[in-house]
Structure formats: structure tokens, C-alpha cells
Design a protein around this ligand. Sequence first.
Ligand code: URA
Length: 193
Amino acid sequence: MAETLQELARLASGCTRCPLAQTRTQVVFSRGNADADLVFIGEAPGADEDAQGQPFVGRSGQLLDKLVAEEIGLDRDAFYVMNTIKCRPPGNRDPKPEELTACSPWFDQQLELLRPKVIVTLGNFATKRLLATTDGITKLRGRAYPFRGATLIPTFHPAAVLRGGGVPMAQMRADLVRAKEVLFSSEGVEALV
Ligand code: URA
């Protein structure tokens, strides 16, 4: 068990627990502030992330950073970003159940060391995975859920907002305002459920 996120990232960088180790360029562990109370969790690294070694560095990431700055007032160095799995699935397919299982010790330790106050899941995949449900994001978003001592707020994936335009954009902005309220309140999830 690593004692710091830095140590955990170093250990994860050599991971061979699943076949994605053979096709990835590098392990994509996280970006942002390891002391942050706010973490965003996406699905899996895409091509840009695989090349650069950080999550959400492409167009989706740029939109995420812009909306967080506008709605929460935090710049990209003030929050933490990670994915459900750390290596790019070829062709950007969904992660397979066995890849999620292989990656979950990294994921679990990462959240345990981070101990965030607010978790925002980005999109269907991450939200269903964390809440262990088959309900879709459209049904799940709009409220907060208790999750491992944190408050989990589901929202759309920024790639879906880029495709969908005005309505999902406004809904994602509202979800970020909800995250801000929990982040800066002393009460946590009970205030919003
Ligand atoms: N989409 C994700 O879900 N994660 C990334 O890191 C990039 C795009």
C-alpha cells in the first residue's frame, strides 16, 4: 500500500495487470492538485491523454476546465482529475469489466489517499460504475449521492456536451453549481439530496 499519491502513481506507472499494458503509450494516473477537495472522474484516457500522460487534455478537457472556472471559480490546478481506468482502450472503446477489475486497486487506493469532499462523475460510464447501477446519466444527474465519505454529483461527459450543445451545457453548468455548493458548505450531502 502506497502512503502518498505520488508513490502510488510511481507504482501504477509500471502496471501490467491487464492487456491494456501492451497497447498503451503510458499510464494516465491523474492531473491537478492532490490536496484538492474536488475530484472529477471520467471514463478512460483517449488518444491525447495516452500521448500526453494526463487525463482530459483534449477538447473535452478544455471544456471541463472552462466550465469549472466559470461555475466554480477554480482554475485547472486547483482540482484533481482521474478516470475509472488508467490506460487507453484501443479505438476508445468502453473499458471491459475485467479491465475495471484489474484497475480497481489503483482506483480505490487513489480515492482513499485523496479523500475528496466532492466527486463529480463525468458521463454515463463513470457514474454507473461508481454508483453500481444500470440507470443512465440523464436519470441519475440532478441530485447528490453519498459515496465513500464524499458527496458524489453526476453530470454529463464534456464530450456529450460538445456534441449536444445548449441543453446539456446548461445542465452541466447547474451540476457544477451544485458541486460548488457542497464544496463550500459545511454540511455535505444531506443538504442536497
Ligand atoms: N474522456 C475521458 O473519459 N477521460 C479522459 O481522460 C479523456 C476523455
